[in-house]
Ligand binder design. Structure first.
Ligand code: ZN
Length: 275
């Protein structure tokens, strides 16, 4: 068995994903409460007690819910949080202080045999972090709330086995929405979220430079008000390298398990894009 990714919730009403490794289960963000997560996990063969560590991208309410405190304390689950947010997290939920493990720009190991390399993103004032998980001969990149795509993304997310990237809004729907102007500016101003076009451009550039193509491309954090799944599919499926690997994450529905794909039928395609 190798690494597998499953998104349980994705969007501004709550984000949570799990990485399943032979050595345990890692939770990326805890933006839905434990009760909702337990329901969402039904049928996956994973339950809340299996969670061995939590990695937080940042502390916005849709990425961390304080309702997790009792569950995490009971099982002594370490919470990995960037060093510049440790103060804010302990201030918000003081009883969690003993579980917090800070990370900086260096790779750390949240579960045995699984390393996590943080990648910094410019989201709001304190920023957010993406992660590259590497272990058991599989590598998964997870990037949400980017603001804009930094150069580091193209180096660190290259040649991964699975890639999860946010594709938050359609610019025309955003402009036409009834949201206040300050909010539109925050979202679109380079420290908020990626549009569909920005996410597609980033993926295409990443795949142009790839020596091999990933098993899966997963799109995260789609706005319910300013985006549309059909439009996202139509847009991303214009690139055949993306079309055959595309999964859309949803707010209220979990994704399939995404892991090693049997891609022997795509060998020709893999070679065609190799250099
Ligand atoms: Zn968010």
């Amino acid at each position: 068995m190798t690494l597998e990714l499953c998104v349980l919730a994705s969007g501004s009403a709550g984000n949570a994903s799990i990485v399943r490794a032979p050595s345990g289960v890692l939770l990326i963000d805890a933006g839905i409460g434990p009760r909702t997560m337990a329901e969402r996990l039904a049928g996956t063969e994973v339950d809340l007690d299996d969670i061995g560590a939590v990695c937080l991208t940042h502390l916005d309410r849709d990425h961390f819910s304080p309702t997790w405190a009792a569950t995490l304390l009971r099982a002594n689950v370490p919470i990995y949080c960037h060093v510049n947010k440790v103060g804010a997290l302990s201030a918000r939920v003081p009883e969690l202080a003993r579980l917090i493990r800070s990370f900086d720009s260096r790779t750390f190991m949240p579960l045995a045999g699984l390393t996590c390399e943080p990648v910094r993103f410019a989201h709001d004032t304190l920023g957010s972090h993406g992660f590259v998980f590497d272990g058991f001969s599989y590598r998964i990149g997870y990037a949400t709330d980017l603001g804009h795509v930094p150069c580091a993304f193209f180096d660190r997310f290259r040649d991964l086995d699975s890639i999860a990237l946010e594709s938050n809004y359609d610019p025309q729907m955003q402009a036409a929405s009834t949201r206040p102007e300050f909010l539109k500016r925050r979202i679109m101003g380079g420290r908020g979220h990626l549009s569909n076009l920005q996410a597609l451009a980033a993926l295409r550039r990443l795949l142009d430079r790839a020596r091999r193509l990933p098993d899966h491309i997963l799109l995260l954090h789609r706005s319910q008000e300013c985006n549309c799944p059909h439009l996202v599919r139509r847009l991303f499926e214009t690139d055949p390298r993306i079309a055959s690997r595309l999964t859309l994450a949803h707010q209220d529905e979990r994704s399939p398990w995404l892991g090693r794909a049997n891609r022997s039928v795509y060998t020709g395609e893999q070679l065609a894009f190799a250099f």
